[in-house]
Design a protein around this ligand. Sequence first.
Ligand code: NAD
Length: 327
Amino acid sequence: MTIAFSPNWQHAVVTGGAGFVGSHLCTELLASGVDVTCVDDLSTGRLGNIAALLDRPGFTVLRADVTEGIPVERPPDLVLHLASPASPADYLRLPLHTMDTGSLGTRHALELAHASGARFLLASTSEVYGDPQQNPQNERYWGHVNPVGPRSVYDEAKRFGEALTTAHADTKGTDTAIVRLFNTYGPRMRGHDGRAVPTFVRQALAGEPLTVTGDGRQTRSLCYVDDTVRGVLAAATQGMRGPVNIGNPGEITMLDLARLVIDLTGSDSEIRFVERPTDDPASRCPDITLAHDKLGWEPRVTPVEGLRRTIAWFRAETGSTAAPPPR
Ligand code: NAD
């Protein structure tokens, strides 16, 4: 993947850079000649995600918790703020950390950007729409969130982060952007992070039953990580404030996704229906008209191609010997 940037960024700070999406962003920025400081406390990320970058000139890792401050020495001209637990398994395990990261951590990232005169980008989420009452969701929809439900620690932290980012731009003139990422998948996800794609792929490669929640008719829209990274960098490049949806509008039911993973892995796993979590949204689908019109962005990688690449990575990681199906 090669991305053309219009600004002449010299140094980017990527908070959460050792995570799934953040590590792909670090890789892409470095490949484009931008120095990168990855700031991460490794609460849900892994050094392994950035192992290939550690010896690269221009790449620095700072192990720090953004809730306590972001002590980078060299001022950046771009701050991509991704630090936050993101999978339900992680934020339910780390509820207060998630809220502190979305509030205090976002405040520190904004202060860094403001003090450095840098462009700031908040990685927000489709979870700000909660269990939406309109489908697809455009950026003008305010959402349907249970503020005291189990998912609220994440949803409300991100909503607060959006409000804080907006207030910073309005009162201090900080150059900000907000992207609302929808479900993203790809290499470097953790098999046990609880999200559907890595869970199904791990289970299929191990020959275990694929656990589909509820009746499996709930839908998600899945965006391959290369497409998400292109969207994030397009939003950072353009002067737009957003919020802007970045996601793949192709909806798929969880049952169909499980069947597709079984098919693509050549697994003989069965499907097992299990209880659906509280407040699990029935549907999630981005309206990407704004991203298309203002950023010239749309996803390119088909679900079959993206899943093939993801499965190949998981196979290499786990050393699975399950035979790939004939193509
Ligand atoms: P991830 O858990 O793989 O990455 C998050 C990273 O942030 C990890 O490396 C973690 O160690 C780090 N982190 C967490 N709290 C921190 C703190 N207080 N200080 C420093 N580092 C901290 O998750 P991801 O899927 O890569 O998500 C990255 C960002 O994108 C998150 O902000 C998430 O909300 C957003 N997002 C992701 C998706 C998706 O589908 N992956 C969808 C919507 C939004």
